[in-house]
Write a protein that binds this ligand. Sequence first.
Ligand SMILES: [Zn+2]
Ligand SMILES: [Zn+2]
Ligand SMILES: [Zn+2]
Length: 184
Amino acid sequence: MNHSLFDHVLSIVIREHTEARAAMKCQNCAATMSLMETKNYFYCEFCGGFDFPGENKEGFVVLQEALDELVCPVCKTGMSLASISDHRVLHCTNCRGVYVANTTFRQIVDTLRSESNGPGTPQPIDLKEYERSVDCPACERRMKTHPYYGPGAVVIDSCSACHMIWLDHGELKVIVDASSNARR
Ligand SMILES: [Zn+2]
Ligand SMILES: [Zn+2]
Ligand SMILES: [Zn+2]
């Protein structure tokens, strides 16, 4: 594993650095562009050009695709540095899971909830969810599988050492759509 790149990307995801270099090349002059502070676009200091990557169907803006060094714990595809609601996460464009810092996760839920159309249909917890095992992409230790401590019957995986959370495809939406009324 290339630790320097790994640490660099993780620092972007966890600390949301004010400015981070990403492997985005300027269309005009081929210089490496800068990723703007918590924004979803790139700026070229050399020619003044901008690049605006689009949002995918899930609402993620992919900022740097398929990092070989950061492998999805579920499907083993390289994860992508992405943004949702202006927060940095690692996103698997294959199985569509999300690897996100604890604190960022709460901010994303708050932001998306304020934009949500209200509670979805409450669902029971799927007990099969407890049988799975997910290894933390950062430290490679087994993540703890537990219910999300809030509205939404969702089982999530977290790593207490790295302060990171893994969400399968759709879990974020269930958590966001659940209101406090749905708590039980
Ligand atoms: Zn340029
Ligand atoms: Zn995946
Ligand atoms: Zn970990």
